[in-house]
Design a protein around this ligand. Structure first.
Ligand code: CTP
Length: 404
């Protein structure tokens, strides 16, 4: 999770009655940690599931539960609270609350706040699967979407009532991601982005192999930033220990050949290709299908290597290539190698890692290489850098008419 993207945002977090209220404690913590101010407003029903005292302690602000709260100087909490807000987020949003919203009702503080708002409204439904599937609920949700209300989730899976199906609330981390995504500038709206990330693993035998120190963090950060920027994102990942960014389609591979095949299958549907993976240049010819054992006379094994396909160069060579972006991690002379590599791979943009190799670190410093010259970006957290790089890529796309 990046911490800067919601810094300074003011959110009204409206809680309605439902067992998922306990998860809002964690959501509040994530939002506050990210630098957002969180004004909690609870319905009477929500206070049956978690106390206002808990929510006040986590948000660091007094919690409002009544329209007739004398703490608001002009006694108009419904106007005052929503005027300061960048968005109102209703989580959990109960069946009853969605119905009230869809009909413009204003019979308590939270419904009145929503009706009186000038800011965007995001709802995070949480209910039993039958309640979600009920035609009346579906009608109400369709009406809310038509009215411009953003719906986050629901998820599918086991429910508090013991049943399994659609309707459970997104996990707090996913709600956080969806809120961050909502605020990100949509510079890649309508675009389709294919990425590679992480190392590859080239087997020697069933228990051994050759890999490298790529953590996949930069590629995953870019996938997340592209999704937040409004793109459809397909991430082809080598073996990494990272969670899939919210809303991103992930395909796991092991070897360079598998990565190549996955990319070549998918690429006709994509208009941007970002090759972040640290692909192994060579593989062992004819990996053994049984574990290679030591011999009594201590003879060392010998291997023949063959070159792996260059995925980026193969995509760039296609008759109608997507906009291709390469990465380069060099241990020296980046100025020379970066531009040489960009030209050799025939890509319009190559991003070079500056300074010592940054495998596994959370920050990075890069230089952009393109035909017209070089541009250095300041050192930054990988997620912040990813957002900057996505903005830089968006500026260079050939057909800007699709970019909102
Ligand atoms: N790349 C790729 N397929 C390969 C090798 C590299 O798609 N088989 C991509 C990487 O994802 C990266 C760019 O090419 O975007 C440069 O990778 P790098 O390993 O720096 O370049 P190489 O061509 O392998 O050159 P060298 O290792 O000799 O520096």
């Amino acid at each position: 999770m990046a911490t800067a993207e919601l810094a300074g945002k003011h959110l009204v977090l409206g809680m309605t009655g439902g067992i998922a209220c306990y998860k809002i404690a964690e959501l509040t913590r994530l939002l506050v940690k990210a630098g957002a101010t969180v004004q909690v407003v609870m319905t009477e029903a929500a206070t049956q599931f978690i106390t206002p005292v808990t929510m006040q302690a986590l948000s660091g602000r007094p919690v409002y539960t009544s329209q007739w709260d004398a703490r608001v100087p002009n006694n108009m909490a419904h106007i005052d609270l929503s005027r300061e807000a960048d968005a109102i987020v209703i989580a959990p949003a109960s069946t009853d609350f969605l119905a009230k919203l869809a009909h413009g009702m204003a019979d308590d503080l939270l419904t009145t706040l929503c009706v009186a708002r000038e800011c965007p409204l995001l709802v995070v439904p949480a209910m039993n699967r039958q309640m979600w599937a009920n035609p009346a609920t579906q009608r109400n949700v369709a009406q809310l979407r038509a009215d411009g209300v953003e719906t986050l989730g629901p998820d599918s899976g086991p429910q508090a009532c013991g049943e399994v199906g659609d309707g459970r609330m997104l996990e707090p981390e996913a709600v956080y991601e969806a809120i961050a995504s909502f605020f990100a500038p949509k510079v890649l709206a309508g675009r389709r982005v294919l990425l590679t990330a992480g190392p590859t693993f080239e087997p020697i035998d069933p228990v051994r192999g050759i890999t490298n120190r790529s953590s996949g963090k930069m590629g995953f950060a870019l996938a997340r930033a592209a999704q937040q920027a409004g793109a459809d994102v397909h991430l082809v990942a080598g073996p990494v220990a990272l969670d899939t960014p919210w809303g991103v389609f992930r395909e796991d591979v092991q070897t360079a050949q598998q990565m190549h095949d996955a990319v070549m299958r998918a690429v006709p549907d994509y208009d941007i290709f970002i090759a972040v993976a640290a692909v192994a240049d060579w593989r062992v010819d004819h990996a053994s299908d049984h574990k290679i054992k030591k011999t009594v006379d201590h003879r060392l094994p010998s291997f023949t290597f063959v070159e792996n396909p260059d995925i980026l160069a193969a995509v760039a060579r296609l008759p109608h290539p997507p906009f291709c972006v390469g990465f380069a991690a060099e241990s020296g002379d980046l100025d020379v190698h970066g531009e040489e590599k960009r030209a050799r791979k025939n890509v319009p943009l190559l991003i070079g890692n500056l300074g010592p190799l940054t495998f596994g670190r959370d920050d990075n410093e890069v230089v952009l290489f393109e035909a017209s010259g070089q541009k250095k970006l300041p050192r930054a957290d990988k997620q912040a850098l990813a957002s900057t790089l996505i903005a830089e890529i968006a500026k260079r796309l050939p057909d800007t008419s699709l970019i909102s």
